[in-house]
Design a protein around this ligand. Structure first.
Ligand SMILES: NC(=O)c1ccc[n+]([C@@H]2O[C@H](COP(=O)([O-])OP(=O)(O)OC[C@H]3O[C@@H](n4cnc5c(N)ncnc54)[C@H](OP(=O)(O)O)[C@@H]3O)[C@@H](O)[C@H]2O)c1
Length: 274
């Protein structure tokens, strides 16, 4: 039986993935913050607490996984926060660091502590979720956006360093989850994004579905390290549906595809002679 660890099993996306993995015969384990109710029916020993804003809590979570000898096949990082929302210079520096840490540094610390528990026979996978701002600025969300960019680059770095683990990140598009409440709570500080979120939530647009997130993730697992390792896969824009063979070939042929790169290297400007 394969085992998935969901870091942030009380995330709306985390919970929905947990249901589906459990339904499909996986052993599901996951972390939650102390006091947050876990809505997935799992035995107590499948759960552990982890507050990503606290290094000691992350270290205790690692310790728990090690004591339980939690051999895993897939780690999904579903925890995340948009906070602090607001222009960088208007944010409290401590809160900014904390937001960045919760989104990127703490999940990487957890991964660092449990990586050697992965199943040694066969291949393992680590999946992150990216966020807005990969191809442009996301004003007022710099801690969130910068952390997601770090995760994106870490997928490429870790993938290059590892022989048996596939590291990838999925951009799920906009999903109807509780994370948007953070923007709604900050009508001023969230700037133009506030109206965008209000419009989306008030519209009939269902956004990306949890079934699609699960299907896209399954495609990434089935495709494996040689195809998706180190990549930023977009649920909305990429042709992973219906087998995704054209996408798989394109990714195989172009190692730079869907990775973080400097835009414009193909433009050849000549320097003016002085
Ligand atoms: N929804 C979207 O449109 C969207 C778009 C792009 C990317 N994503 C990404 O998808 C992932 C899942 O988000 P979601 O949409 O499902 O939102 P969500 O329901 O708000 O999930 C976020 C989770 O992060 C957890 N979390 C926040 N701070 C934490 C901390 N200090 N320690 C431990 N856990 C903490 C929350 O825990 P509690 O349950 O205890 O509050 C919550 O369960 C996130 O990485 C998000 O960035 C979402």
């Amino acid at each position: 039986m394969k085992t998935v660890i969901i870091l942030g099993i009380t995330a709306d996306i985390g919970r929905e993935l947990a249901f589906r993995f459990k339904r499909d015969g996986w052993r599901v384990t996951g972390s939650h913050r102390a006091g947050t109710t876990v809505a997935v029916d799992l035995p107590a020993e499948a759960l552990f607490t982890c507050d990503l804003a606290s290094k000691s809590s992350v270290d205790r979570a690692i310790e728990t996984c090690r004591k339980r000898n939690l051999v895993w096949d897939l780690l999904i990082v579903a925890a995340g926060t948009e906070e602090p929302i607001g222009p960088f210079f208007a944010c409290d520096a401590e809160a900014w660091e904390q937001g960045f840490g919760v989104n990127a540094l703490a999940p990487l610390r957890f991964l660092h502590g449990i990586h050697d528990l992965r199943r040694q026979s066969g291949s393992s996978h680590v999946a992150f979720f990216s966020g807005a701002g990969t191809n442009g600025a996301a004003p007022a969300y710099s801690a969130y956006c910068a952390a997601k960019i770090l995760l994106l680059k870490m997928c490429e770095l870790l993938d290059a360093e590892s022989r048996d683990t596939s590291f990838f990140i999925i951009g799920p598009g906009i999903v109807r989850t509780k994370i948007h409440q953070q923007t709604l709570k900050e009508p001023e500080k969230s700037g133009l994004n506030h109206q965008k979120v209000v419009n989306f939530l008030g519209s009939g647009d269902p956004g990306s579905s949890h079934n699609d997130i699960y299907a896209c993730l399954q495609w990434c697992l089935a495709s494996g390290k040689a195809i998706v390792g180190g990549r930023n896969i977009s649920l909305v824009y990429d042709a992973w549906r219906h087998g995704g063979s054209v996408l798989a070939k394109a990714l195989t042929d172009e190692p730079n595809l869907y990775k973080l790169r400097r835009f414009g290297n193909h433009l050849k400007f000549t320097s003016e002679a002085s």
